[in-house]
Every structure is written in structure tokens, then in C-alpha cells.
Design a protein around this ligand. Structure first.
Ligand code: GRG
Length: 309
């Protein structure tokens, strides 16, 4: 497809993603308490969820943006890891009985199924705190690679992505309040923006902040992140609706998705798919407008719609 030609994920790139994801795993392993340190339960719970086979998209975005723009590697990796810690915390809490009440995530028992609800809540809390610790600590131990002003800006971005009126938590609340109801286009857009794009944007922008780029470049990274974050969520919805449509033997995805607050429910499967592809194309144009070697940012954008083909 045209996406493939424009930087979609080929086998080499996928192998490189996996290699970089393993580097993130090694760094994360050093940044969280060991599983044999007391109290063992909480550290085992943190590790259970942090090392459960996540794709590491958010830290990869930080690395890709930072490297394209010349950020020092020692400062980039801890900042990238902080993004994954917040992501892991959000998934632990999302799975809790009070929210999605999920028993399984990534083919394994959810944190609370394995360690109990209290420990799962605390594991999420600890990961949120550790994320901000890791950013502050990076500038404390590596002031030449990350200034206190840069650490403050990254913390401000990340804190906003989680707690602001357009952050993860606000998105989750609107999503919970929408359950079982058909939402309008604005509501779907808001939920996707807040639940997915906010942290994708923060992860991408953080790479730019570590690189010390100007505000105009940060704005391009922000737009890129918003586009691929939204595309990512639309692709998820499309795959969901397509699977349901297939099960029901229905040709029209809109029926399969009816009554849900998703893109396919509102626009149908084909139009949703086209929207995701257009968003990815525009995100790739954003990267090209930076005038640097942005091949990894382009590849990650291509990867978002790869699952559709
Ligand atoms: C504790 C930070 C925090 C937030 C609390 C629970 C909650 C508020 C928000 C939930 C937000 C949520 C579940 C967003 C969905 C994010 C999303 C797109 C998950 C799937 O991401 P992938 O595909 O997952 O990157 P992997 O498994 O690859 O890591």
C-alpha cells in the first residue's frame, strides 16, 4: 500500500523496534525496585505489569523523537521509561474491579487478579510517583545531559497528560460515564484524545524537550503525536468492530458497533479506516516538515495502521 511505500513497517524496521524495546526493558529493569526486595508483593506486582509484553510504543516515541533531534542518549532513556511507567499504571488501574473489571491483560492475569486489589492500586500509585522521580533524578545525576529546566518542562507535560482537563483521568471518567450509551462524534474524539493521544503526545514532545528544540518544533511533535494517537485508537475500534461484524455475519460494521462510543459506530468501518490512514499520512508529513532524519518517527506512524492490512 502507499503507507508501506511511505515508511510503513517492513521486517527490518520491526526487528529494530524489538531491539529498541528490549533496551527499554533493560533500562526499566534498573529503574524499578528488584522483586526480591521487601515488601516483595508490591515490587512483584509492579514488575508483573511492567514486564508483561507491552509494545513500548510510548518510550519508543520518546527515543525516536529525541534521537532525530539530537538528544543525549543518557538523558533520553530514563525519560522514555517514565512514559512507560505512567502507561503501565493507567492499565493496572483501568483493569480494577471498579473500572473495567478485567481478569486478563496481554494473555496474563491482571495485577489485581494476581496480587489483590489493594496491592494493584498501590502498584499503580507507585509507578506514577516513580515516573516523576525518574525524570527529576535524571537531571539530578546528569545535569549536563538534562537541565533542571528541561526536567521541569517534561514533568509539566507528563503531569498535564495524566491529570489535566484533557488528560488520561478526565478521559477515563468521560469513558466510564459513556458506558453502554451511543456517544456523538465530539465525545468519541474527546475520549480518544484524552485517553490515548495525551500520553502519546507527552512521550513524543518529551523527546524534543530532551533535545532542547525550539517551540515551533515542539508544536510539530505535538501535532504528530495527536494524529498518531487518534489513528491508533481508531484502528483499535475498527479491528474490534470488524471482529464483531464477522462474528455476527454482518456486512455493515456500523451495525456491529452500534450503541458504542467508537468511530466505527459513528462513521462506519470503511470511513473510519480511511480517517486513520489519512491521519497517519499527515503525521508522516509532520515528520518530513522537521527537515531531519525522522525515519523512526515515520516508521512508528506507519506501524499504527499496519494492523489494518
Ligand atoms: C493511573 C495514570 C493513571 C490513570 C488513571 C485508568 C485511567 C485513569 C486511565 C485509563 C486510560 C487507558 C486505559 C487508556 C487506554 C490506553 C491504550 C491505548 C492502551 C493500549 O495501549 P498499547 O496498545 O498497550 O500501547 P501495550 O499492551 O502494547 O502496552
Amino acid at each position: 500500500s502507499h503507507l508501506r511505500a511511505r515508511g510503513g513497517a517492513n521486517a527490518d524496521i520491526m526487528a529494530e523496534f524489538r531491539r529498541r524495546a528490549r533496551e527499554v526493558d533493560v533500562a526499566l529493569d534498573r529503574l524499578v525496585p528488584r522483586a526480591d526486595v521487601r515488601p516483595i508483593t508490591i515490587h512483584a506486582a509492579i514488575r508483573h505489569s511492567l514486564f508483561a509484553g507491552g509494545k513500548r510504543i510510548r518510550p519508543l516515541l520518546t527515543l525516536a523523537a529525541g534521537e532525530a533531534l539530537g538528544a543525549p542518549a543518557q538523558a533520553l532513556m530514563p525519560v522514555a521509561c517514565a512514559m512507560e511507567m505512567i502507561h503501565a499504571a493507567s492499565l493496572i488501574h483501568d483493569d480494577l474491579p471498579a473500572m473495567d473489571n478485567a481478569d486478563v491483560r496481554r494473555g496474563r492475569p491482571t495485577c489485581h487478579r494476581e496480587f489483590g486489589e489493594a496491592v494493584a492500586i498501590l502498584a499503580g500509585d507507585a509507578l506514577i510517583a516513580l515516573a516523576f522521580h525518574v525524570i527529576a533524578n535524571a537531571c539530578d545525576v546528569l545535569p549536563a545531559a538534562l537541565s533542571s529546566a528541561q526536567a521541569a518542562r517534561i514533568s509539566a507535560e507528563l503531569g498535564r497528560a495524566v491529570g489535566s482537563v484533557q488528560g488520561l483521568i478526565a478521559g477515563q471518567v468521560i469513558d466510564l460515564e459513556s458506558e453502554g450509551r451511543a456517544g456523538d462524534a465530539d465525545r468519541v474524539m474527546f475520549i480518544h484524545h484524552a485517553k490515548t493521544s495525551a500520553l502519546v503526545v507527552a512521550s513524543t514532545v518529551a523527546g524534543g524537550i530532551v533535545a532542547g528544540v525550539d517551540d515551533a518544533t515542539i508544536a510539530v511533535l505535538r501535532r504528530y503525536g495527536e494524529r498518531i494517537g487518534l489513528a491508533f485508537q481508531i484502528v483499535d475500534d475498527v479491528l474490534d468492530a470488524s471482529a464483531t461484524a464477522e462474528q455476527l455475519g454482518k456486512a455493515v460494521g456500523r451495525d456491529a458497533a452500534a450503541g458504542k462510543t467508537t468511530y466505527p459506530a459513528i462513521y462506519g468501518i470503511e470511513a473510519s479506516r480511511a480517517m486513520a490512514e489519512a491521519l497517519v499520512d499527515d503525521a508522516i508529513d509532520d515528520v518530513r516538515s522537521l527537515g531531519v532524519d525522522g525515519r523512526w518517527l515515520e516508521a512508528i506512524a506507519g506501524f499504527v495502521t499496519e494492523r489494518l492490512s
